[in-house]
Design a protein around this ligand. Sequence first.
Ligand code: 5GP
Length: 188
Amino acid sequence: MNNKGKLVVISAPSGCGKGTILKGLFDLDKEDNSLVLSISMTTRPPRATEQDGVDYFFVSRDQFEKLIDEDQFIEYAQFNGNYYGTPRSFIEKCISEGKTVFLEIEVQGAEKVRAKFPDCVSIFILPPSLEELEKRLRGRQTDDPKVIEKRLEIAPIEIARQNEFDYRVVNDDVDRAIDEIYNIIKNH
Ligand code: 5GP
């Protein structure tokens, strides 16, 4: 990894294995320790396994809207009825320290980040097929069936925007996808 800080934007429909891929990337980077993951803020309620300050900063709509007014987000969007946003101060600090910062965000947010930071690297992760995505989402059992249905409706809309990204990676084999993304980031 070189010493210049950079922003990496990763988008993928829910159920594409983003979490596993990110974990794999951070494992590969253990020695370099040059990658950091931005923790987003959301108004979505936490899932049973999620921790405040680790998976997200969980806040109320009022709190979120106050932070919007104070220009504290580099981007934010609404997804499935909830706000999600990237806090500004952490990103700016990491970039100034030469870190590579990952933003794991949906496609509207990715568009805003690309407009503000044209040097960012944007990567879209694709499922092997929509059938496979549906199988993974239904098997996950962390979301309410209604939420899963909604996510399955959103997925093709997001996939239709894949060409807006610098790179597209198919998660047909998770180790291969991790290597591909790691090489993209190193060589970009
Ligand atoms: P989930 O509810 O599954 O954690 O996230 C729903 C969607 O919101 C995912 O596509 C995720 O990448 C996206 N997301 C998470 N954090 C942010 C953020 O800070 N900004 C935007 N625009 N999207 C986000």
